[in-house]
Design a protein around this ligand. Structure first.
Ligand code: MN
Length: 422
């Protein structure tokens, strides 16, 4: 828990200072390189541990793993083995990397096991079945309500009673590094008599984290807040690209559609729930009291620093936002309990995004919509640039890490460039 001391671990792997991928983290991902076909690895420092080679060399003996479980182009089958198994695998690798453990350190296969991360290409870590996007930051929901509705009654009447969400599009979720073309669509600004069709003029990012489900439910079953974490495998950074002009015109009355579905970008390394254990923070006080099925006994919020940078083509990146996952009003256990409260089943590899994570200060707003206050103020970047929304050629970079007592567990980054409309 957040106040318990973190045991000291040291590894024989060289881990650069401020690396997100410490011995405490060990996230799972799918990688390939010029010589290796897609497979499952774990990041540490500037290396990737090739789990398939560890397996071939007998390091997972007596764990009864299915043959070839690590030679896969997604984590789904591995995750489906269940938390007991995936936890054991992660703990086994962690023990193999400890300074005092000579098993791998002094093994002849060490060079083959440790792959250089720079030379690897990261692939989408999971085959995503369904994707849901929540709207769980009270600061974000309040800001949007102030901008588009009544500043005095910014939150809609349901907001404090249930974690609002919508079903999104899984087919267009891509891994960090994949460029996104500016979407085209229909929009009608208040000063336009008729709608028009063309490239979006108000392209935005949304700073989010998403969790990946690791266990399925049967149609008709519900998950309690108490059991919810058994169904969560891990987290990735999530950029929920949004075309504000398309969104504003299309969303009545059924919610987001083409203003969102043209693309979402995720970070490639899945940070497990176990790795985040030491970074729990208390749940925020919820007022009014929530209904019994949404009440929580445990803390399900996490102290994860988040930042967004915009890098215009050929220029330096500028930080435009510093936020934190701990600001979430609705936590992951409540999101999953609510999602399944009607009996809707979930599958291994579903992705549930948090909603834009804005904080209370002006520099913690998780979208350009808020940072530029609906395009009414420019956000200053380095080298004399400024932005109200995202322009062609811009790269948006999101980073996230938890840190306590000098121990760091991070996500790396999700970075994607916007190309002109096709
Ligand atoms: Mn969103």
């Amino acid at each position: 828990m957040s106040d318990s001391p973190i045991p000291t671990l040291s590894t024989w792997v060289e881990v650069p200072k401020n690396s997100d991928f410490t011995i405490y983290n060990l996230p799972f991902g799918i990688f390939k390189n010029k010589k290796l076909s897609p497979r499952i690895g774990m990041a540490i420092g500037d290396k990737i541990v090739d789990l398939s080679v560890l397996d071939q060399e007998g390091f997972f003996a007596n764990m009864f793993l299915p043959e070839g479980i690590f030679i896969k182009d997604s984590l789904n089958e591995l995750i489906a083995l269940g938390k007991v198994q995936t936890k054991k695998i992660r703990e086994r690798v962690q023990s193999l990397l400890l300074s005092e453990n000579e098993e791998l350190r002094d093994h002849s296969a060490r060079g083959k096991v440790m792959v250089t991360r720079k030379e690897a290409e990261m692939l989408l870590p999971v085959k995503i079945g369904d994707y849901t996007d929540f709207y769980s930051s009270i600061e974000h929901a309040t800001n949007v309500g102030k901008m588009f509705r009544d500043p005095e009654n910014a939150l809609l009447p349901n907001w404090r009673h249930l974690p609002v969400g919508y079903h999104g599009r899984a087919s267009s979720i891509v891994v960090s590094g994949t460029p996104i073309h500016r979407p085209k669509g229909q929009f009608k600004d208040p000063d336009m008599e008729m709608p028009a069709f063309g490239p979006s003029r108000r392209l935005d990012f949304e700073l989010e984290l998403a969790f990946i489900t690791g266990k399925q439910t049967k149609l008709g079953d519900s998950i309690s807040t108490e059991d919810a974490e058994d169904y969560i495998f891990g987290f990735v950074l999530f950029n929920d690209w949004s075309a504000r002009d398309i969104q504003a015109w299309e969303y009545v009355p059924l919610g987001p559609f083409l203003g969102k579905s043209f693309g979402s970008s995720i970070s490639p390394w899945v940070v497990t729930l176990e790795a985040l254990e030491y970074f729990r923070t208390p749940n925020p006080v919820q007022e009014p009291e929530v209904l019994p099925y949404l009440k929580c006994e445990k803390d399900h919020n996490f102290d994860i620093n988040l930042e967004v940078l915009i890098q215009p083509d050929g220029k330096k990146p500028s930080k435009v936002c510093s936020s934190n996952f701990k600001h979430m009003y609705w936590n992951v256990a409540q999101q999953l309990a609510h999602h399944t409260s009607n009996g809707c089943n979930i599958n291994v590899g579903d992705m549930m995004a948090s909603g834009t994570i804005s904080g209370p200060s002006d520099d913690s707003l998780g979208s350009m919509l808020e940072l530029s206050w609906k395009g009414t103020r420019a956000v200053k970047l380095e080298e004399g640039e400024e932005r109200k929304f995202i322009e062609d050629g811009d790269t948006v970079i999101m980073r996230g890490y938890a840190e306590r007592d000098g121990v760091r567990v991070g996500f790396g980054e999700v970075s994607s460039q916007i190309l002109p409309a096709k």
